[in-house]
Design a protein around this ligand. Structure first.
Ligand code: HEC
Ligand code: HEC
Ligand code: HEC
Length: 431
């Protein structure tokens, strides 16, 4: 240090300058870690780790969220840095292997309910940031993991090694020749970080992703994740960029669709926090996805007119139409008598949930309601199923009747369901 002999006041002044210089140096030394962890927070948000690793009403990342699969229920695990029940003792390599290879502690094979096949392509830089975030920013919570109840033979975890051989591509992300940087970023987000295909891509017989039919629609528990390819009829070619932007940032696209169930969780925890550039990149990539047709003859958002339909008129004059009665008693206060909607209450015409070739999203919405966070606002429709708190519960027959009325009057009239259909969806919602 250079000796400086000066008056006291000058020394104070120098010290102030030096101290502030020092102070600005100090945080800078730590800033690299903080910035890395903050970058990791964004990646964890884009990868939606929170949605699966947090039980309803539970502590963030402490696990216990049930994932209902056709072979049994798997509970996500505690990934807080708690030393005993969490991943506090995971080394960086172990953490990388769990996220990108599906290999947990002591070589334990994870089930692909943890979307490591999508995450396998996450870049090393992003993995470093993710690790820094889980090390330093996530609060440790000691909470024991819940055992899964996967049925034999899927309960033999070592069998996953064979599955991985079939379905795990271990290459990290590389832009493709000729791909713009925006489309490449969108592909990295949609196919890898956001793992949109885990719900929207159909599965093979062995539950692997049917990659030849990527994003062409799949069953997710009681719900249906629709075809989001560029197909003119079955896909989302009729959604404008701003429809998609509204949907991914707020969960609602006027006269197109709204996000309930698992998609509401995606919007609430993940897509609404992405930067506008990242949202645009995802849209740019979705526009490049190969079109895949399915059995639809008309686009699912094209059904319904705004004029009073004959069916409504008939319902109103037919006191025996149970569906219409339930609709006017339980639904019309929000969705309006002609199903045209008002304010935040969406129309049931021009609505992908009522125009689909299956009634899953309609029935699951009636059973569970809608709960979604967008900005300061919460979007809410009451549940009419087992969780109903605010309204009378509807029976399977009631829900079949009201659905059939809605499908005929506002949606795809060729789809009609019975009480057994509702009973099955109810069962799929219960772990
Ligand atoms: C779609 C749901 C889902 C998402 C999203 C998800 N996980 Fe998981 N994760 C699971 C499930 C389920 C398990 C337990 C799998 C098992 O028991 O075989 C798991 C297991 C793990 C494990 C192994 C923990 C242990 O107990 O050994 C780690 C680490 C992990 N996840 C980290 C992450 C990170 C980091 C993210 C975000 C980048 C993430 N997960 C996103 C469902 C998910
Ligand atoms: C956890 C499962 C899941 C994941 C992950 C997921 N989705 Fe969805 N998605 C759904 C379900 C279920 C619906 C139907 C929701 C409804 O109608 O209430 C849906 C609906 C949609 C729709 C509206 C389609 C229509 O016709 O109504 C779009 C667009 C969409 N998702 C895009 C995406 C994108 C892009 C991603 C990745 C960022 C993604 N989804 C990730 C399950 C998922
Ligand atoms: C208290 C007002 C209210 C009542 C009562 C109500 N809804 Fe809703 N409904 C909503 C809101 C709010 C949404 C979600 C809007 C959004 O996502 O932006 C919604 C969404 C929907 C959707 C679209 C779901 C999806 O996944 O795309 C359907 C279908 C629906 N309601 C049907 C019904 C039926 C059938 C009834 C009667 C059994 C009913 N609603 C009663 C407010 C209500």
């Amino acid at each position: 240090m250079r000796k400086i002999s000066t008056s006291c006041s000058t020394r104070v002044a120098i010290c102030l300058v030096a101290c502030s210089a020092l102070a600005s140096l100090l945080p800078k030394a730590q800033a690299a870690d903080v910035t890395l962890a903050e970058k990791g927070r964004y990646i964890a948000t884009a990868a939606d780790c929170l949605a699966c690793h947090t039980a309803p009403g539970g502590k963030p990342f402490a696990g216990g969220y049930p994932i209902i699969t056709p072979v049994g229920t798997i509970y996500s695990t505690n990934i807080t840095p708690a030393p005993k029940s969490g991943i506090g003792d995971y080394t960086k390599t172990e953490f990388f292997d769990a996220v990108r290879r599906g290999i947990g502690h002591n070589g334990k094979r994870l089930y692909p309910a943890m979307p490591y096949t999508s995450y396998a392509a996450i870049t090393n830089d992003d993995m470093e940031a993710l690790y820094a975030f889980f090390r330093s920013e996530v609060a440790p919570v000691e909470q024991e993991n819940r055992p899964d109840n996967i049925r034999f033979p899927f309960s033999i975890r070592s069998g996953m090694a064979l599955w991985n051989w079939l379905y795990l591509d271990t290459r990290t992300f590389q832009p493709r020749p000729g791909e713009t940087s925006q489309v490449a970023r969108g592909r990295y987000l949609v196919d890898h970080l956001e793992h949109c295909g885990t719900c929207h891509t159909p599965r093979t017989l062995f539950m692997g992703p049917a990659n030849g039919r990527a994003l062409s629609g799949s069953v997710v528990g009681a719900w249906y994740a629709p075809n989001i390819t560029t197909d003119k009829i079955a896909g989302i070619a009729d959604w404008t960029d701003s429809d998609l932007r509204n949907y991914l940032t707020s969960g609602h696209a006027m006269n197109k669709g709204q996000a309930a169930g698992p998609m509401a969780e995606v919007v609430t925890n993940s897509t609404r926090f992405l930067t506008p550039d990242d949202v645009d990149a995802m849209i740019a990539y979705l526009r490049e996805v190969s079109p895949i047709a399915s059995k639809e003859k008309r686009s699912r958002t094209s059904y319904g007119s705004t004029e009073p339909t004959e069916d409504i008129a008939r319902g109103q004059t037919n006191p025996d139409d149970r569906g219409w009665k339930i609709f006017s008693g339980s639904c019309a206060s929000c969705h309006q008598a002609q199903g045209q909607g008002i304010n935040v209450y969406p129309s049931l015409t021009h609505n992908s949930a009522t125009g689909s070739t299956n009634a899953r999203n309609l029935v699951a919405t009636i059973l569970t309601g809608v709960e979604r966070q967008t900005g300061e606002n919460a979007v809410f429709m009451p549940a009419f199923g087992p969780g109903a708190l605010w309204v009378n519960r509807l029976s399977d027959q009631d829900i079949a009747d009201v659905s059939n009325f809605i499908l005929k009057a506002f949606g795809n009239p060729s789809v009609q369901i019975d009480a057994r259909y509702v009973e099955k969806r109810r069962a799929e919602l219960t772990p």
